[in-house]
Design a protein around this ligand. Sequence first.
Ligand code: GDP
Ligand code: IMO
Ligand code: MG
Length: 428
Amino acid sequence: MPAIVLVGAQWGDEGKGKATDLLGERIDYCARFNGGNNAGHTIVVGGEKYAVHLLPSGILTPTVTPVIGNGVVIDLAVLFSEIDMLGQRGIDTGRLVVSANAHVIASYHRTIDKVTERFLGKAKIGTTGRGIGPAYADKMSRVGVRVQDLFDEKILRQKVEGALEQKNHTLVKIYNRRAIDPNAVVTELLEYVDRLRPMVQDTGRLLNAALDNGKTVLLEAGQATLLDVDHGTYPFVTSSNATAGGACTGSGIGPTRIDRVMAVVKAYTTRVGSGPFPTELENPDGEKLRAVGAEFGVTTGRPRRCGWYDAVVARYAARVNGVTDFVLTKLDVLSEFDTIPVCVGYRLPDGSVIEEMPMTQTDFHHATPVYEEFPGWREDISKAREFDDLPKNARRYVEALQEMSGAPFSVIGVGPARDQTLQLRSLT
Ligand code: GDP
Ligand code: IMO
Ligand code: MG
């Protein structure tokens, strides 16, 4: 019966992969609903580390049916290399189902992603270069190629030719690049058809039938609230709806079927790529967060920008997503600090202090954090398994964060492994 949505509350990399994996056998289906292989979700099981980019994190639980929903953009080369990589490590991916309506990332999307970023120079977004933005742009412009188009060669050819007509003019005349041959693109895409065909289904119908039959469906986001194209720090965002609303459009499940919205939030903040980040620390504390928290991108290997917890961002995420539960991750990383500041509001250039996200991006760019400081605990908490195992100052920090963040903290992470988890409330 229940559908559960799982989103990121900040700028991504909060630990969504681990949170999904924790639900394990309590879910029957795990569907990605947005983004593509710009995501990088890490799961640590039995000392083994897995990184998935396109496949839903539920793929590691043998009883779960993993689904790639209609809202995802799929790079087929990545899809099959991820399947092969997991296969070589003994993980069975044979249950994977792919939406016939999902859009395909073709080589020209990757090319355009890279050249437009280069063209933007200092104003670049800092994308992952995976062709995500151009693929979603084609979807909205109605010149996209969908998974189902691969099953009709004539249609596929027409669509690829249509998509490239304008792009080739732009590539040659503006970006000084060579035109892309539609035949080569079609040939490349058709190489995947035979492997793809048995996985493809009407996933909206499949997931609704599962709910009708009393199954539990988890809808897993890529990216996060502040990277959402509508609710994030536009234009420094990704090109999809990574918030809970996107879970409906990206899966074909109606909002009335969703019982719970879980948001994963890190005990501090990180961001990859360009864009405003009020609590960013460009100092030794920031470097320490990066080193202790191993804050380097799973997808691009880029060092993540690091800063203190921002309660304004968490409250905003609670509101935008209708969060019922927070999963607080990486509390253990803060054990290394004597004092831990938390951003409780922003001071704007006119001297005023606000406690909500400002209406304009200009104000957000110029906002400076107002901090409340908490004493650290300075002891290893990675072996704690109950809330009461935590030192007093760690409990006070968590309670203060919960108070400020607008929804209960149901799970707390004290390390990357499955069992390094404190469960405060049941998740299903
Ligand atoms: P995602 O994109 O939201 O799935 O997150 P990433 O996998 O990109 O980044 C989160 C990183 O933090 C991964 O390396 C996880 O293994 C790790 N992680 C998750 N939860 C915890 C935690 O509670 N403590 C620590 N130390 N690491 C964690
Ligand atoms: P997960 O799911 C962190 C960022 C990029 C860039 C912006 C746009 O692992 O949390 P894109 O390639 O999507 O057009 O890039 O979004 N970005 C992420 N940052 N985690 C992610 O995914 C991200 N996916 C995209 O760094 O700033
Ligand atoms: Mg990630």
